[in-house]
Design a protein around this ligand. Structure first.
Ligand code: FEO
Length: 169
């Protein structure tokens, strides 16, 4: 049976992963309206991954005898200034999520909940991969410069295919 403190912090993470998903959906929608179909596709895929992350927490809490609670989500921004700034915001958000996962690691260690400590390791690795993937995009954006956005938009999905293995379900 999951402890209340662990259940609560995992429920908090459901909100954060779910918000990540709608934030990336909002970014994808904006990018699509600006004609960046490749960038939009990358963000739509990322939004799906975040939904899968949220569902992993839902399943885990319920499997351990807790009750996963689906929260209301704050409305994400609907407009973004430009593509490089958007990816800076994605990285900043992922760093926030990493910090949040680290807080769960610290909490379950303190609570001696070794099952959750073991389970959460998947997210620890996933955050390393996600931050690296977004950093790679930011580095590439610096290389191509804002005058070559057509090529960047065309190539971004191949970047994901090479650099980021599909997350397991
Ligand atoms: Fe689920 Fe990108 O953090």
């Amino acid at each position: 049976m999951i402890k209340k403190s662990v259940e609560d912090i995992c429920n908090r993470q459901i909100q954060r992963e779910g918000y990540s998903s709608i934030l990336y959906l909002a970014m994808a929608s904006w990018a699509e309206t600006k004609g960046y179909s490749g960038i939009a596709a990358w963000l739509y895929q990322q939004a799906e991954e975040e939904k899968m992350h949220m569902l992993k927490f839902v399943s885990y809490i319920n499997e351990r005898g807790g009750h996963a609670i689906l929260p209301a989500f704050e409305q994400p921004p609907s407009t973004f200034s430009d593509i490089p700034t958007l990816f800076d915001q994605v990285l900043e958000h992922e760093q926030y999520i990493t910090e949040s996962i680290n807080e769960i690691v610290a909490m379950v260690s303190k609570e001696k909940d070794f099952a959750t400590l073991n389970w959460i390791q998947w997210f620890v690795s996933e955050q390393v991969e996600e931050e690296a993937a977004v950093q790679e995009i930011i580095d590439k954006l610096r290389l191509v410069g804002t005058h070559n956005m057509y090529m960047f938009d065309r190539d971004i999905l191949s970047l994901r295919a090479e650099g980021e293995p599909e997350a397991e379900g």
